[in-house]
Write a protein that binds this ligand. Structure first.
Ligand SMILES: C[S@@+](CC[C@H](N)C(=O)[O-])C[C@H]1O[C@@H](n2cnc3c(N)ncnc32)[C@H](O)[C@@H]1O
Length: 323
């Protein structure tokens, strides 16, 4: 194991044995669903930066893989939607984390009459070599683990997720991103990396890593302020602003003209005709916003028409529209 992976192991062994509220500053409110009670210890061990649980991904009781289980809160939330034995598979490399997570599942069972700890199948293993069959899961998720990885490991972890997803399966990710250049000294600081502070990539680089693996569709579902690294407390000359993103990548075939990446852009036709048809599958009705991927937004705006408006990226997209 390389040095920073060993440090990561130690950080999360410690975080399992001594839960540290605020270890990773979660920026989203915890999903509270009708009839769902989340044990206190799971809340204290919420080491993610956003959420990977989205009801839209959870129709028809899908099989979900969740890598990097933490205290198990998202395993429980996924179970809420797939209430059958072994529907939710958790993988983690840290023995101590697995043990505490299993204990938390028993507590969750006591607090939730609908839940059985049998719904969750926790396996020891690495994100870099998943103990999971090819093409076997509908949803594969990770929250705040992949940003820790350096490029080679990130590529490997993404490849593994692609391998185990069924065709059209969904990879759901939540990670910090950063548009500024991260100083090399911070990038190389294994502990800061493990704490999800210095491995953050610019969003476009993060998206490119995902599409380079072969995911044909990517949705940027959320982007929120996350952390500041300031010169007084970190080895940096200027303030570094970190955001956290929620991304869904779909194992769709790669379109000939490249991936469809939805960042929340919309096209609105406001001309005099009944509709506008670009003859590439996009029909715009007057004054009815159509969600478009960045590729289509670019193509429409290159038409230089006076009757089509393209809105900017909202970074809050989860379905509908072109492609
Ligand atoms: C930042 S925590 C996130 C935990 C959880 N996803 C959450 O949102 O609360 C990272 C998790 O990944 C696990 N982990 C670290 N390195 C790993 C690896 N190489 N493979 C699988 N899991 C790993 C840690 O034990 C820990 O549970």
């Amino acid at each position: 194991m390389s040095n920073y992976l060993e440090t990561t192991y130690d950080v999360y062994k410690e975080a399992a044995e001594n839960p540290q509220k605020g270890l990773c500053c979660t920026t989203t409110p915890v999903w509270l669903l009708p009839g769902l009670s989340i044990p206190q210890k799971m809340l204290e061990m919420n080491y993610g930066c956003g959420s990977t649980v989205n009801a839209r991904d959870m129709v028809n009781s899908p099989t979900v893989l969740y890598v990097g289980i933490g205290g198990g809160m998202e395993l429980l939330q996924f179970s809420y939607f797939s209430r059958r034995n072994k529907a939710i598979i958790g993988v983690d490399i840290v023995d101590e984390m697995i043990k505490v997570c299993q204990e938390n599942m028993i507590e969750a069972e006591a607090q939730n009459s609908w839940f059985s700890s049998e719904f969750v199948d926790i396996r020891k293993g690495s994100a870099l070599s998943l103990p999971i069959d090819d093409n076997s899961v509908d949803v594969a998720a990770q929250n705040c683990l992949f940003n820790i990885f350096e490029e080679a490991e990130l590529k490997q972890a993404l490849k593994e997720m692609y391998r185990v997803l069924k065709p059209r399966g969904r990879l759901v990710l939540s990670d910090p991103t950063c548009e500024q250049a991260m100083p090399e000294s911070l990038k190389q600081d294994a502990r800061l990396r493990a704490l999800c502070l210095s491995g953050a990539l610019p969003l476009q680089d993060y998206i490119n890593m995902i599409t380079d693996i072969g995911f044909g569709t990517v949705e940027i579902r959320a982007k929120r302020p996350y952390r500041i690294l300031d010169p007084e407390n970190y080895d940096t000359d200027s303030l570094i602003y970190i955001e956290s993103v929620e991304v869904c990548a779909i194992k769709d075939p790669m379109p000939d003209d490249g991936p469809c990446v939805f960042t929340g852009k919309t096209a609105i036709y406001y001309g005099k005709e009944e509709y506008f048809d670009d003859e590439k599958g996009h029909v715009l009705l007057p004054n009815q916003p159509l969600a478009v991927c960045d590729k289509t937004a670019g193509a429409l705006s290159r038409l230089n028409r006076k009757d089509i408006f393209i809105s900017g990226s909202t970074f809050f997209y989860d379905g509908g529209g072109c492609c």
